[in-house]
Design a protein around this ligand. Sequence first.
Ligand SMILES: [Zn+2]
Length: 320
Amino acid sequence: MARLSLVCEAPLKSIKAFNSIWRGFRNATLNTVQSDEKLITDDTIVTAKEAREDDLLVVHTRRYLSKLKWSFVVSTITEIPPLFLLPNFLVQRRVLKPLRTQTGGTIMAGKLAIERGWAINVGGGFHHCSGDKGGGFCAYADITLAIKFLFERVEGVSKATIIDLDAHQGNGHARDFIDDKRVYIMDMYNRHIYPGDTFAKRAIKRKIELDWGTEDKEYLEKVETHVKGALNEVTPDVIIYNAGTDILDGDPLGGLSISPQGIIKRDEIVFSISRSRSIPILMVTSGGYQKRTARIIADSILNLHNLGLISNSLSNKSRI
Ligand SMILES: [Zn+2]
């Protein structure tokens, strides 16, 4: 029986946005059940578990976690000002718990990727958060956590490559791994937007800075060239692919002009190169702020599935 590794849970930017993504994703997967030999079923979707405090302490400082007990701090990190007015128990329940569950999902998906060759967390990708500082919607450093868990707990994993294709620079994981030679970071982002973190840029081994309104042709050529280039420089034991969809044309924050087909092709290029080199890949969905995003993520997963890039047949390398 095919065992897939899609990990899902909880809100992204808001309950509404998440529900939209989840519904789009579920509908798409249900359609697939009917048309694709039942390779995707509800049974093969893994439910994420909330990251516990001792999990978070693998990366986060106690000082940082304590600060999240202040609604004001959480409202600043998540950029949702009204949270400031909510009692912290509600902020914990409505905002931080779902984010911790997505974080647990990324950690879990890291292990599944090694076990099965690939995993997709429909959520996560909080790439602006580092061990002692949150920001840009991101309260927990799930990418750093997933990598550290793999390094510490899974035999044979000692090198990781982060391919960050969200529209924004991924400064959180970059700060966490700035002096860590085990982690190679490729980051392609709009050079003119948040966060413009020059200190964190020192951690990026392959930096591709884009201009306003970059379109499919240029974008996809750069993705292919630089993903291949990055993997030619270092062959990692695992790839963490931060697949933000805020590169989509019309996104209010990303400032790029990539079509829905361009996003689907981008994911295909990354998976195709990774799988052809037998490198386990963990994808997280990261930023994306439009209603259309849910459908595009679902279509992209279906495309990967239809091309055999996320099927059991390619994922026989088990090292757990
Ligand atoms: Zn982003």
